[in-house]
Design a protein around this ligand. Structure first.
Ligand code: HEM
Length: 220
């Protein structure tokens, strides 16, 4: 008999919503010099979150591990076909199509973050400017596909995936869920992020003069 079981541990959920917010914030502050320091801080935050997720993907709980959502190309095609027929196979963790978007988001997040740091430190010049902008725009496109995919899967499976990513719970058989939520690690993550955003001091040569102190730099 189906019951509420824990699928997403707390660090995975903290990672997800912090990544979504930091990406959105970095994207929205990209164009104005005035918010350059905030933009850079959110970029560093995104890189830190992805670095954490790469480690958690190896040592984290069952459904957070990459091994639980690494699929063969044939399985991905099969899943996409089953979506078209409106009877997709149900996965408790990430489904094959969602997994592709997730790996793309992690890869593009790394690419845009690292190229942003190189740009900020004035290493490599214009080459990184194009790469930084291109990767961020591609990431935005994948985010839209990701959100559309979440909506479609939620409808087809009559399962609220957004709520699951907030509460951690889905409906499933006893014994299929994880037993440890790792709340302590989620608290540490939240504290480290809050401390970083509070005490971050711009250091790169791209620091933007007067206007920059208005964002999150508390020098004044
Ligand atoms: C309103 C916006 C968003 C919503 C509603 C949303 C929703 C979700 C949901 C429901 C899942 C779990 C999917 C599943 O059950 O397999 C998920 C996973 C994921 N999402 Fe989002 N998402 C949003 C924005 C973003 C953004 C902006 C990013 C990246 C910048 C992102 C990156 C990811 C990643 C990397 C995962 C995998 C989580 C993990 O296993 O660590 N999402 N998202």
């Amino acid at each position: 008999m189906s019951q509420r079981i824990l699928i997403w541990d707390i660090p995975t959920r903290v990672f997800h919503w912090a990544l979504a917010l930091s990406f959105a914030g970095a994207f929205l502050t990209a164009e104005t010099e005035r918010y350059r320091d905030l933009h850079v801080a959110l970029g560093y935050l995104m890189l830190g979150l992805i670095a954490f997720r790469l480690i958690w993907g190896l040592i984290g709980s069952r459904y957070a591990r990459f091994s639980s959502f690494t699929f063969r190309p044939a399985e991905i095609v099969e899943y996409l076909k089953s979506l078209l027929h409106r009877h997709p196979k149900h996965y408790l963790g990430h489904n094959p199509a969602g997994a592709v978007a997730i790996f793309l988001l992690l890869g593009l997040g790394l690419l845009s973050g690292i190229s942003g740091v190189l740009l900020y430190l004035e290493i490599g010049g214009e080459m990184f400017e194009d790469l930084h902008e291109g990767a961020a725009n591609m990431m935005l496109a994948v985010v839209f596909i990701h959100i559309a995919g979440v909506a479609v899967s939620s409808l087809l499976h009559r399962e609220n995936l957004v709520r699951s990513m907030m509460t951690g719970f889905k409906s499933g058989e006893p014994g299929q869920g994880i037993t440890r939520p790792f709340a302590w690690l989620g608290v540490i993550m939240a504290a480290v992020m809050a401390a970083f955003l509070t005490f971050y001091q711009p250091s790169g040569s791209g620091t933007s003069g007067e206007g920059s102190t208005q964002s999150i730099n508390h020098e004044d």
